[in-house]
Design a binder for this molecule. Structure first.
Ligand SMILES: Cc1cc2nc3c(=O)[nH]c(=O)nc-3n(C[C@H](O)[C@H](O)[C@H](O)COP(=O)(O)OP(=O)(O)OC[C@H]3O[C@@H](n4cnc5c(N)ncnc54)[C@H](O)[C@@H]3O)c2cc1C
Length: 417
């Protein structure tokens, strides 16, 4: 087949993961094309909660979670929702997800998460150096706020995992919490502070700034939808897009929650779910938060950003194409109000995006077995913003044939076979 243009390496998906892959590859001297059906930095990467933490090293599936899920599902404002007609389709993924919640597996996953989160704040600062937008990343704590003081337990699994890896944690009481974040409801009786973190003051702008750097460093961006991947007889690949066919030596699939559908026609099956999340952004909030704050009952993260105060959260399973659910947004609004009673909710805008979630909370990073020159960089679930810089570096090492110097097995797509 004749092609319209030819590249050494093509990245499909210009979310934060694809952008960071692009930056690392041009840094390594490659000629790189980044394709996205939208502008770069959109997708889940636009609307997330902005937490960048070396200590987000506890997977989503943990022992005992299965006991809490039915209660959460019954509550209209619970942290999880499943569209009833999607239950059957979700079942195989959900079973795999719950099976990962064994203590020995949780520790293995946690170790692999720590590798991808290593020095993520420093890595972002390095990427932003010289951009004039270095202030997009701000040092902060992660404040885990509890209504029931007994639940703020530093000896529980999720905090002992962090402590064992030397995270700096502090348990504070209601008075100290009010002094730290006066806008929080006095219903919160205790909090655990996770120190040594950072937050993005505008995740969307962060993506745009880094995409601009990618272009300045020689990368090429094309706005187009990739419809099909075809392997060629010469070992290269054709990408069939909306309007042309592009030839590429290597392909990196970093299309977030859409990656599963791109790989399926190649008989590559991945248990990847669109774990839909929502945010509300209040441009005139009338209050300010100093840190990222999680309401540990409702699993909502609030943070003051350049665009206003953002409250993000909820996990909804309804497939990729189902429109946003106004009931989830309404319940998010009620939850935020209970968390931050004096918040001015008059100027709210809403957003929905899909976390690309695997059953074990780990992304798929590496070359696809039996498909030379086809690489994956997707599946970062709840942690894609913070894991993107390290993912980009690993991909650049793999594509350029450098030893990655880490064990890549935990991220191997073949773990699901
Ligand atoms: C509510 C919420 C809160 C979150 N909070 C945090 C947080 O605080 N910290 C954190 O680290 N993570 C957080 N996350 C997770 C994080 O946002 C994601 O893990 C991350 O954005 C995934 O990035 P990505 O680049 O893989 O995917 P995306 O950002 O979704 O990008 C994928 C891109 O691929 C493009 N694409 C798809 N198919 C095609 C195609 N066929 N052709 C061309 N382009 C295509 C899409 O247009 C899109 O731009 C949160 C997520 C949500 C939803």
């Amino acid at each position: 087949m004749s092609t319209d243009s030819s590249y050494e390496t093509t990245i499909i998906g210009g979310g934060i993961v694809g952008i960071c892959c692009g930056l690392a590859l041009v840094e390594a001297g490659m000629r790189v094309l980044l394709i996205d059906k939208n502008d770069p930095g959109q997708g889940a990467s636009y609307g997330n909660a902005g937490v960048i933490s070396p200590w987000s090293i506890v997977p989503q599936s943990v022992p005992g979670l299965w006991q809490k899920i039915p209660k959460w599902l019954l509550k209209s404002d619970g942290p999880i929702a499943i569209k009833p007609s999607y239950l059957f389709e979700l079942a195989p993924w959900a079973i795999r997800f719950l099976l990962q919640g064994r203590i020995e597996r949780v520790h293995q996953i946690s170790d692999a998460m720590a590798v991808l989160n290593d020095n993520n704040i420093g890595r972002y600062r390095q990427l932003l150096k010289g951009s004039g937008e270095e202030d997009l990343i701000r040092d902060s704590f992660y404040v885990h706020a509890f209504r029931q003081p007994k639940q703020a337990n530093l000896d529980s699994l999720e905090y002992s995992i962090r402590r064992n890896k030397n995270a700096d944690l502090e348990l504070i009481d209601q008075q100290e919490l009010q002094a730290l974040e006066p806008a929080l409801s006095d219903q919160f009786k205790a909090a655990i502070l996770i120190k040594g973190q950072a937050r993005a003051l505008s995740p969307g702008k962060l993506g745009q700034v880094l995409a601009k750097k990618f272009l300045c460093n020689g990368g090429v961006f094309l706005r187009s939808k990739v419809k099909q991947l075809q392997s060629r007889h010469d070992g290269r690949w054709n990408l069939v897009t909306d309007d042309k066919t592009i030839e590429s030596g290597q392909i990196i699939v970093s299309a977030g929650a859409w990656s599963r559908d791109l790989l399926k026609p190649l008989d590559i099956e991945v248990p990847l779910e669109a774990e839909r999340g929502y945010h509300l952004s209040f441009s005139n909030p009338g209050i300010e938060l100093t840190h990222s704050v999680m309401d540990m009952d409702l699993k909502i993260v609030a943070s003051s950003m350049q665009e206003g105060l953002r409250a993000a959260g909820t996990a909804e399973f309804a497939g990729l194409d189902t429109p946003a659910n106004s009931k989830r947004l309404k319940s998010l609004q009620n939850c935020v109000k209970s968390m931050l009673p004096s918040l001015n909710t008059a100027s709210a805008s809403d957003w929905m995006g899909a976390r690309p979630s695997t059953p074990d909370s780990l992304p798929c990073i590496g070359e696809v077995p039996a498909h030379a020159s086809l690489f994956t960089a997707f599946g970062h679930g709840h942690y894609g913003l913070m894991m993107a810089p390290r993912t980009g570096e690993i991909i650049a090492d793999l594509v350029t044939g450098k030893p990655a110097n880490i064990d890549l097995e935990p991220y191997n797509l073949a773990r699901f076979s």
